[in-house]
Ligand binder design. Structure first.
Ligand code: SF4
Length: 375
């Protein structure tokens, strides 16, 4: 059954599904599918004596297989889908001039904040599902095929740096045809608890590649875990070139760095696009007030509720001081450097998905299901 752990600060109590997941992993009639968010992979290693901020994705894939997960995928793949859909939406809004600035919608704590505090601006939120939810819907659709599900019940679990993601999966618009897309969310710390309990020596594990056909995310998808990552990924998508010079131009545009508010200007076919990158709800609140009063004008606003982004999410191990923070962000940027595919729209596994499974279904599977939310 479910049990509750109490938040160390005493502020909230969080639902944990660890026990349910152990049962499902042991159940031969279910196929348990995992996806791992970018920020998770740089926050686990140091818990097992490995260098702080090291990307341990390969060991995570191995340990999840050993714990009994049938398939292990990478949420960076879902982030690539988000980049493509959100860039498209930005271009549409720029053309129509409506509902600008476009607000990102991948952080559920921010979405909730915007809906509650600034309801008149909620229409500016992107209609895109978050990477977790896009991927969840794609996984559901893929495993509808009896050949793929092998007659078993599909259980979709996401490993997230975030406690707000546990609520996001329950929102009415996070479901397709009445079925919740993601069944359970495990936070990074919950996964660490499970690994410890299993007795597996994580630090000694060999690395494994994530499973196909959703095992490759682009570098743009991986940097979603740090503030500015979504904007950088969208800029890559909008720029034609993909050589190092082009990538560096974007990198040094002001999109990177720890500041709570960053402003970026970039040229798109002769038009200057103004973007703001915000992390921390206090900073978001200040910016929203200015937007409401018409003191500032942007075309695109990225907001992450956690300061510095998901690497410092509420589901990540604490304490995490400046050294962890810097190491985690470096871990993600280094992963991008080591990734051949830098742009989401150049990920071949994404392109084939659009040609096949997503044909005629992009709206249904990749955008928030507002109809369900109205019921
Ligand atoms: Fe969750 Fe924080 Fe990331 Fe938002 S910024 S998705 S609350 S971890």
């Amino acid at each position: 059954g479910q049990c509750r752990v109490v938040c160390p600060t005493g502020a909230i109590s969080i639902n944990t599904n660890i026990e349910v997941i152990w049962d499902l992993l042991a159940d031969k009639n279910t196929k348990v599918i995992a996806q791992i968010a970018p920020a998770v992979r740089v926050a686990v290693g140091d818990q097992f004596g490995l260098p702080r901020g090291e990307n341990v994705m390969g060991k995570l894939v191995n340990v999840l297989h050993r714990l009994g997960f049938d398939e292990v995928y990478d949420t960076s793949y879902g982030a690539d889908l988000t980049v493509i859909e959100e860039s498209e939406e930005l271009l549409e809004r720029l053309a129509s001039g409506e509902n600008l600035p476009l607000f990102t919608s991948c952080c559920p704590a921010w979405v909730k904040f915007c809906e509650n505090r600034y309801p008149d601006l909620a229409k500016n939120l992107s209609t895109c599902r978050s990477p977790q939810q896009m991927f969840g819907a794609v996984i559901r659709e893929y495993y509808k095929d009896p050949e793929k599900n092998g007659g078993k019940r599909i259980v979709s679990v996401s490993i997230m740096p975030c406690t707000a993601k546990k609520e996001e999966i329950l929102r009415p618009e996070s479901s397709t045809n009445g079925k919740q897309d993601i069944d359970y969310v495990l936070t990074t710390t919950e996964l660490i608890t499970m690994i410890r309990k299993s007795g597996i020596r994580f630090e000694n594990l060999e690395i494994e590649a994530s499973d196909m056909p959703f095992g490759i995310g682009s570098g743009a998808g991986v940097i979603f875990g740090v503030t500015g990552g979504v904007t950088e990924a969208v800029l890559r998508r909008l720029r034609e070139g993909h050589n190092r010079v082009e990538m560096d131009k974007i990198k040094f545009s002001g999109v990177r760095g720890e500041e709570g508010l960053k402003e970026v200007e970039f040229d798109y076919n002769g038009r200057t696009i103004h973007a703001a990158v915000v992390s921390g709800l206090g900073n978001a609140d200040a910016l929203m007030k200015k937007i409401q009063k018409g003191e500032v004008h942007y075309d695109f606003v990225e907001v992450m509720a956690c300061r510095r982004g998901c690497i410092m999410g509420g589901g990540q191990p604490v304490p995490a001081g400046p050294r962890s923070r810097i190491a985690r962000s470096k871990g993600l940027y280094d992963t991008d450097i080591n990734t051949q595919i830098k742009k989401s729209n150049e990920n071949p596994l994404i392109l084939s998905l659009y040609d096949e499974l997503l044909k005629g279904k992009t709206h249904e599977l990749l955008h928030r299901n507002f109809e369900a939310a109205k019921k």
